[in-house]
Design a protein around this ligand. Structure first.
Ligand SMILES: NC(=O)c1ccc[n+]([C@@H]2O[C@H](COP(=O)([O-])OP(=O)(O)OC[C@H]3O[C@@H](n4cnc5c(N)ncnc54)[C@H](O)[C@@H]3O)[C@@H](O)[C@H]2O)c1
Length: 462
């Protein structure tokens, strides 16, 4: 948590830049290249989220399901005044890749194809997976770049041959070229859906691209597998998003590579179950100036993700990402009487009988007028991968759009999808889901040269 003064300065900086929204609005509207041909989605990690995502897309392609939970497919965007009644679907407003034009490829340390991995993950009903056996069986994971210092508790045989970290990056680039040729994809985008790597902070090797490339040659232990995949993607001009909380592109070196190659990057950590709930509820409590004395969150989870998160190093990555949202939303530096002493605790317990059907409990101790205490209890019986799968789709379609619109570097407008949104260095992330949603939709309006919507609304009363 930044100290009071620093946070205050950052708030001021942020409010200055956002109050001058006319500057942003007056930036020239980008030219968006059409979404012609196929979009190949490359995924390191073919576990529960990936197989639920791919199976869902195949089911949608065959007319067996609707894309529920997907903003790009179902949400609308208001254009102009409320009285204009002009609210097209987002997918009809901006030129996105079509579901039928998606191709999938990925890597995993296990050899199971996507059909087998979906059965193993146990998220989807067996008859549904059986009915998709043919397209899913064709998707076989390529051998992974893996390091058991970064992901403990799991071991698999499907690994790249020994070599330096630069050799591994080159092998991944070969995989990508072969995938593109094999599928006839005209564009590619990558999203990390692999296990959460252990917590680590940026090291000297992440300072500049030069340092990073030397580090790859020397197999510097501070470079993680997820960073090798990201490096391969960015070197080839492929947008990269990170669905897990570890660093990956959130380092000066890889941000520089993304800018140099004009490639969009985004992350980190899909905002799905408990943090999704937090970013819905906390902004409401704050807007009413209700105090929060404590927020205790615990989860039981029994899938492979839960098994990896049972390792303290991986849990530390997740914990940092989960804790940050609440602190940024409540802004204790601005409201010390309400939030300075909040006791925020997050626990994840690996409990195999539950599989992917996670259960989360939140106990929120709040206080109101005259300091009188009250409590809120939330019991969220969610399905992690069912919540994450549509985010994978939306993030990939928007990253491809950003690429075609010439938007490079960190795509903060996609914060809506992430627990720990990446931002420009020194800028605090926006966690409030309502602000994130407005930011996202205004970015789409800006891309298409439409007026931004401020919700001022005085014109209706002139
Ligand atoms: N499901 C959610 O709601 C949710 C929300 C936020 C973040 N996430 C993150 O998304 C990621 C995927 O979640 P999941 O439930 O699918 O997990 P999972 O354990 O089912 O799948 C992860 C897969 O990644 C593979 N893997 C690990 N290291 C790899 C490497 N170096 N290269 C290639 N493959 C590798 C594993 O073998 C495994 O099959 C996790 O990091 C998780 O923390 C998930």
């Amino acid at each position: 948590m930044p100290g009071g003064t620093q946070q205050g300065e950052l708030n001021l900086l942020s409010s200055m830049s956002e109050s001058s929204s006319s500057d942003i609005a007056s930036r020239p509207t980008p030219t968006i290249q059409p979404a012609e041909g196929k979009l190949g989605i490359l995924i390191p990690g073919m576990g529960a989220v990936t197989t639920t995502f791919i199976a869902g897309i195949e089911a949608i392609k065959q007319g067996m399901a609707k894309p529920i939970g997907s903003m790009t497919q179902m949400n609308t965007i208001r254009l102009g005044k409320r009285t204009d009644n002009n609210t097209p679907k987002i997918k009809d407003f901006v030129p996105l890749a079509k579901i039928e034009d998606l191709e999938f490829g990925g890597w995993d340390i296990f050899e199971e194809n996507c059909y087998e991995a979906a059965l193993h993950a146990g998220v989807l009903d067996k008859p549904l997976v059986e009915s998709l056996r043919e397209p899913l069986s064709k998707i076989k994971p390529m051998p992974a770049v893996f390091d058991s210092n970064y992901v403990k508790r799991i071991h698999g045989p499907n690994l790249k041959p020994k070599g330096s970290k630069m050799d591994h990056a080159e092998m991944l680039m070969d995989d990508i070229r072969n995938f593109k040729e094999r599928t006839g994809s005209s564009r590619l985008a990558m999203i990390w859906c692999g296990s959460t790597e252990v917590f680590h902070r940026p090291a000297p090797v992440h300072n500049t691209l030069r340092d990073f490339e030397c580090g790859l040659q020397k197999s510097d232990p501070e470079i993680s597998p997820s960073q090798i995949y990201a490096y391969a993607a960015l070197r080839m001009g492929i947008p990269h998003a990170n669905g897990a909380p570890h660093l990956t592109t959130d380092t000066p070196a890889l941000m520089q590579l993304a800018r140099d190659r004009n490639v969009p990057i985004a992350g980190k950590d899909f905002k799905t179950g408990q943090t999704f709930m937090k970013t819905l509820i906390a902004p409401g409590l704050k807007s009413r100036m209700l105090g929060v004395a404590g927020w205790f969150s615990t989860n039981i989870l029994g899938n492979r993700d839960g098994e990896v998160l049972d390792d303290p190093g991986s849990f530390k990555s997740k914990e940092e990402s989960k804790l940050s949202a609440l602190e940024q939303i409540l802004q204790p530096d601005l409201y010390p009487e309400l939030y300075e002493h909040i006791h925020h605790k997050v626990r994840i317990e690996y409990y195999p009988p539950r599989g992917d059907a996670k259960e989360g409990w939140d106990n929120i101790d709040i206080f109101g007028w005259l300091g009188y205490p009250m409590q809120i209890k939330i019991n969220f019986l969610c399905r992690d991968s069912i919540l994450a799968a549509p985010l994978v789709l939306d993030i990939m379609l928007f990253m491809d759009l950003a690429q075609r619109a010439g938007m490079r570097g960190v795509q903060e407008w996609l914060s809506f999808f992430f627990k720990a949104p990446m931002t420009a260095p020194g800028l605090y992330p926006e966690h409030d889901i309502f602000i994130q949603s407005m930011k996202l939709k205004n970015t789409l309006r800006w891309m298409k040269g439409e007026n931004l919507i401020t919700h001022l609304g005085l014109e209706y009363y002139d």
